[in-house]
Design a protein around this ligand. Structure first.
Ligand code: NAD
Length: 248
């Protein structure tokens, strides 16, 4: 049996879904390179944990991403998984979506996934590792106020399939998780009372998900248990996507 500890790179790891994913990997015996651009928050949470490396980098910046990979590969014997979780949300009507807003959302949500995946591919090839991209149910269906966010997440879903198609021959699996609403700093900032009510009314399980429930699926897809799963998009949303009910 191979007892070498496995290593994951988790972006956006300083809080929310990324932090819960970091903690579940650690419970599974993995070590984690925690990447976030919020240095003070990252140092605080990484300082409280063993088997982690704090990597203060911006996933939308190519130089930062190069440095991120050098730091992670200098620390860990292998890179077995990359979780592209870092994301930002800005909601508003189409007519109010300035080019600055559009670019801010695309830079992190789409460019970041592309840059990190490409930069990690050589290390993932060596380990026959896995990539899990975090999209959103907003990338699977259209609803108002999400022109930049929803489009960025739909593109992440397509990027997942492109990468899965090309990297399968190296033994790299690439999958996507599309979360429904989870009460984190990101969602609290953009979910109005109307949106919260609409979610509660339309989700078959009648509640928001937890960070841990997302982490369970992300870590499963990174693990050997999912060894024949690639190119898939899994909605983790309490059944919302399957109902086809709209949002305001
Ligand atoms: P969050 O705001 O709690 O955490 C996101 C983390 O990403 C933060 O620590 C932030 O500093 C970091 N980050 C943002 N931009 C970055 C960049 N350019 N470089 C490095 N780090 C960066 O958010 P969350 O709710 O945990 O979201 C995690 C992912 O899940 C995101 O991709 C988000 O779009 C997706 N998602 C969340 C929900 C939800 O309801 N919370 C629903 C669907 C999808």
């Amino acid at each position: 049996m191979n007892s070498r500890p496995k290593t994951a790179i988790v972006t956006g790891a300083a809080r929310g879904i990324g932090l819960a994913t970091t903690d579940l990997f650690r419970e599974m015996g993995w070590q984690v390179a925690m990447v976030d651009r919020d240095g003070s928050e990252l140092e605080k949470v990484a300082g409280d944990r063993d088997n982690v490396l704090a990597v203060c980098r911006d996933v939308s910046n190519p130089q930062d991403v190069g440095a991120m990979v050098r730091e992670a590969t200098g620390w860990a014997p292998s890179i077995d998984a990359l979780v592209n979780n870092a994301g930002v949300a800005e909601f508003g009507p189409v007519e109010d979506c300035s080019f600055d807003i559009w670019r801010r959302v695309m830079e992190t949500n789409l460019d970041g996934v592309f840059l990190c995946s490409q930069a990690c591919t050589p290390a993932l090839r060596q380990a026959k590792g896995a990539i899990v991209n975090i999209a959103s149910i907003s990338g699977l269906r259209a609803s108002t106020l999400r022109v930049a966010y929803g489009t960025s997440k739909a593109a992440v879903i397509q990027l997942t399939k492109q990468y899965a198609a090309e990297l399968g021959e190296y033994g790299i699996r690439v999958n996507c998780v599309a979360p429904g609403p989870v009460k984190t700093k990101l969602s609290v900032a953009v979910h109005s009372p109307e949106i919260i009510k609409a979610y509660h009314d339309s989700i078959p399980l009648n509640r928001y998900g937890s960070e841990r429930e997302l982490a369970e699926v992300i870590c499963f897809l990174c693990s050997e248990k999912a060894s024949y799963v690639t190119g898939q998009v899994l909605a983790v949303d309490g059944g919302f996507e399957s109902t086809g009910v709209g949002l305001p």
